[in-house]
Design a protein around this ligand. Structure first.
Ligand SMILES: *Cc1c(COP(=O)(O)O)cnc(C)c1O
Length: 430
């Protein structure tokens, strides 16, 4: 952005709906989602047999319903997410089984994916007969006791990882996730003793845009697939598709990504003599760019040489900056005429906590951002907030969870009401 050019950072609409009108109708802070962006991200991945949405990224029922209508199935990591999937209209089971070796096996509408069963999730899985992706061997016996003869997927840790921070790395010795690759023969024996068959194989490493790394992951999955043998009908490349948060970041090479996994799948089909379903399991990719946090500027102040905008959203609303030092683009929706000049500002929230800053770098250092000159009462829009946004919001400082609005066809619909103060103390007694 050219210095002083404020126009690029002014935004008055989201998907054709007036931001000022949405804030007026629903209050702030407010999560707003653009339905068409989510549909477009689903279409981007149409080459894959199955898109399985990792709903933990954005699990509002209206979003789940939207992706379901786009032909996308879901992952659930808890009894709560199983409940959400059912409430959004997903059936527990696929309607039909594969007729022959030339047909693809059906996709499970809901898969429970975790490294453990807590007691509630094991109860839900057993009651509904859901397919399970096991991230630890202990899950095998626990499942077999409740669901004799079940077919399962194994999540394998190939012994190396990737990820944009230590907290998001999902492979290697530093990760708790998946079954260690060297343990696979032993785990297959345990599955057999427990009377379970292994129909799926899954790796979620988060290779991002790094195709060389991905080739390593696919190669590793293929070797494990050979150990499992002909019972295998589905392989999953996991999630981790990146989205560009910063202006200089580029989109992932989706074509290259698919080609690599498709080649792995075809070699396995040739070897086993039957079709293999190829799944991808995005979370962030489907919803990140569709989500916006609309917040109101409540104070503008100077601390020595640095200017701060203090807004009514905090890390209770959007936790990624304080958790990971994540960058989110921001724009201003001014109450009056558009300002013509930009200035460097830090942006913080209302919480009694010095880490409550949206413009922070890795390590918690406060940084600044060029934004159009702003005043109290203007709205600030925090962008690319649709993944790991609302779902990580908390009641810290006894702040109610924000409302969520889905904009479709230029019309904004409230899809989750803002919490009330009564909601805040529900279940508490003196
Ligand atoms: C979180 C998660 C995903 C989605 O990760 P993204 O980086 O959001 O794409 C996919 N699969 C599993 C098992 C996960 O835990």
């Amino acid at each position: 952005m050219a210095p002083g050019d404020a126009s690029q950072s002014v935004r008055r609409e989201i998907a054709g709906a007036s931001i000022a009108d949405l804030a007026h109708a629903h209050g702030t802070p407010l999560y707003v989602y653009d339905a068409e962006i989510i549909r477009q991200r689903c279409r981007d991945l149409a080459a894959w047999d199955t898109i399985r949405f990792a709903q933990k990224a954005c699990s509002n029922l209206a979003v789940l319903d939207l992706v379901r209508r786009a032909g996308v199935v879901v992952d659930a990591v808890s009894a709560g997410e199983i409940h959400r999937a059912l409430a959004a209209g997903y059936p527990a089971h696929a309607p039909v089984a594969a007729a022959s070796a030339t047909d693809l096996p059906p996709a499970h509408p809901i898969v429970y994916t975790a490294d453990i069963f807590d007691r509630d999730s094991l109860d839900a899985v057993a009651r509904l007969g859901l397919h399970v992706n096991c991230g630890s061997a202990d899950m095998l016996e626990q499942l077999a006791e409740r669901v004799p003869g079940a077919a399962v997927t194994l999540r394998v840790n190939p012994g190396f990882g990737h990820g944009h921070s230590q907290k998001t790395n999902t492979g290697g010795e530093g990760s708790k996730h998946g079954i260690w690759h060297e343990e696979i023969p032993e785990v297959l024996r345990r599955a057999e003793w427990a009377g379970l068959s292994v129909s799926g194989l899954h790796m979620h490493i988060g290779s991002g845009a790094d195709l060389a790394h991905l080739a390593e992951v696919a190669g590793s999955l293929e070797r494990v697939a050979h150990e499992i043998g002909r019972s295998l009908t589905t392989i999953s490349a996991g999630g981790g598709l990146p989205v560009p948060y910063k202006p200089e970041e580029v989109r992932a090479d989706l074509g290259g990504y698919f080609t690599l996994w498709d080649a792995t799948r075809k070699r396995l089909e040739d070897r086993f003599g039957h079709r293999i379903r190829l799944e991808i399991e995005p979370g962030r990719y489907l919803t990140a760019e569709a989500g916006f946090v609309v917040t109101e500027i409540r104070a503008v102040k100077r601390q020595g040489g640095r200017k701060y905008l203090l807004v009514d959203a905090g890390f209770n609303t959007l936790a990624r900056p304080v958790l990971y030092g994540s960058y989110h683009p921001m724009s201003l929706c001014p109450a009056g005429d558009s300002p013509t000049a930009c200035e460097e500002v830090a942006v913080g929230g209302p919480l009694c906590e010095s880490g409550d800053i949206f413009t922070q770098a890795d390590g918690g250092f406060v940084t600044t951002r060029p934004l159009p000159a702003a005043a109290v009462g203007d709205l600030l829009v925090i962008e690319i907030a649709g993944a790991y946004g609302f779902v990580m919001a908390s009641n810290y400082n006894s702040k109610p969870l924000p409302a969520e609005v889905l904009v479709d066809g230029g019309h904004g619909r409230l899809v989750r009401a803002r919490q009330s103060v009564a909601d805040l103390v529900r279940g508490e007694t003196v």
